[in-house]
Design a protein around this ligand. Sequence first.
Ligand code: BTN
Length: 326
Amino acid sequence: MKAKILALLRERGEYVSGQELCQRFGVSRTAVWKAIGQLKKEGYHIEAVQNRGYRLVPETEVFGLHELESRMDTGWAGRPVIYYDELASTNLQAKLDAERGAAQGTLIVADMQTAGRGRRGKGWSSPAGTNVYFTLILKPDFDTDLTSMVTLVMGLAVAEGICRTCGVRAEIKWPNDIVVGGKKICGILAEMSVEREFIHYVVIGVGINVGKQEFPPEIAQTATSLWQECGRIVSRSQLIVNVMKAFEDRYGTFCRDGNLAGLMDDYNSLLVNSGREVRVLDPGGEFRGTSRGINEKGELLVEREGGEVTAVYAGEVSVRGMYGYV
Ligand code: BTN
């Protein structure tokens, strides 16, 4: 009920009488009063004025379960949300929950991580009160060879979610880093449990730099945050909700087609290295060429000198721009 009261107060933006709240939610005045008291304790500034009712004063963001639930307007992605003030890693928690039977769509969110994981065995800096760390649980029933494409679907959803939330143009550095102004703003780490041809689960972890104002000198040239790019505080909850909405929509298309054909054009239009010269760091030997976008399997097409096109598979290689990170 707290999330519903919160959603109503936010939507109205003005006073809502205690009586209306009681009638809408079929509860007593005492129950409304208690719920308002708890929301205030969580940090919401709610004004109570006699004969007028309650009003939510828009201020600094409160991040937590009720904030997320009150904004979530998806069908299945991000339902339920399980929120933690602190976790070792949302990916680790999601894997435990998936093994214990958590349903597709379950979203694990943390305000901070003590052991955030990045790709290639690296860590992911996860301080409290500033950024976004979440992991979505999927229980797909498609072929195992489609699993690697799910991270590309999430990459597209994050780029779209960022744009929808704060109007900034976010681009994709294939396969799944999201960049703004040529600097990395988000990383995605998918992990899965597969047995023979059966997918037990896929968990997709996303870390987005939202409120971070400064980065250590060694990454300041390659990392950025939404605060740095739009100069204002961006609602972490609304950002998560917008990513979930975009993901639900894009994942539906992907599952229907059984490939990325229906998403390819939009993905390629956001691809930061499209048409640019790239260096492909292939374990079999480094080579150079011009990036021509992805195909329906999510492979990057790289045109070499002489016109031969090589399809590069994300699991095997990494791609660098000729003059830096993108
Ligand atoms: C990368 O190295 O680019 C991927 C970083 C992924 C970080 C996110 S934060 C939420 C989720 N939980 C983790 O431990 N890692 C991912």
